[in-house]
Ligand binder design. Sequence first.
Ligand SMILES: Nc1ncnc2c1ncn2[C@@H]1O[C@H](COP(=O)(O)OP(=O)(O)OP(=O)(O)O)[C@@H](O)[C@H]1O
Length: 299
Amino acid sequence: MRINKGTKGEKKMNLKMNKVTKTYQHERALTEIDFHLNPGEIVGLVGPNGAGKTTLMKILAGVIVQYEGHAALEDSEKIGSLIEKPKYFPNRSGRYNLNYFSALYGTPKETLEEIITSLDLRTYLKKKVKRYSLGMKQRLGIALALVSNPAYLILDEPTNGMDPDGIRSILAYLKKLAKERNIGVLISSHILKDVEAISDRVCIIKNGRLVSEYAPSSTIENLIDLTFEDEKDLQHALPLLRELDGFTTHDTTATFYFDGEMKPLLKQLGNLDIFPREVKRRSATLEDFYFENMEREAK
Ligand SMILES: Nc1ncnc2c1ncn2[C@@H]1O[C@H](COP(=O)(O)OP(=O)(O)OP(=O)(O)O)[C@@H](O)[C@H]1O
């Protein structure tokens, strides 16, 4: 974990990067990334292992300073981050660590107590941090990122190792911080449902490039799940379906965008002696969008 102190700025400007390219030794990790984060906004960052999420976050947080392009706050502001292992004193208690960093940043006592309560840390405060479970360490890491009263929070997989109750309450707390204290939050996770639940928008990164952006508010039921009896039927139907917008497959189900009447399509399939077991109309989720992007990129 790293906490950037920065100087205080009255005006909150957005956090952004322009045409950022990062190469490690000989390996290109990011290519020409344009990205911004506004105050009070929660942005999700999702992508496969090795796509470049941590690298992007490290550059935004100022942990990596060698790269091509430009990444900076337009105004000096404070960034709290939890990226990879939080830095703390493992042989000391949670309370010692929180007091130490609070003293460093001049955090008011009430603010610290509010953070401890909101992150449900109170029962572990006396315990040495090296004896914390992964979930407890993550909570402490988020708390330490918050004691500097940051304008922006950059959290790399912060819910790793947390139980479902913990995840729900942390996500609700982050939402509250964004809405009530106008903190801009960038959060990465492989749990697409969690990212979808909390984010105002979600950026998808693949092979070091931002390939797409998703706004999770859609309630339009324009997606069809067509489930076939078996793989053979699905394969047989492919020539008819694969050109449809957003087409993906999972097990014996084909998924695609389809606004109109399904009858003509079902009739065409019937002519091929294919009768799907189930036709379901629903709204698209981040998961649909994610796989659609991964498949499109792979083509
Ligand atoms: N310190 C490093 N030295 C060399 N290569 C690195 C270093 N850190 C990351 N990389 C490489 O850069 C690419 C992007 O890695 P990064 O950790 O940013 O991905 P990620 O999206 O966070 O992955 P994950 O989901 O597995 O955490 C990978 O190919 C990785 O091997």
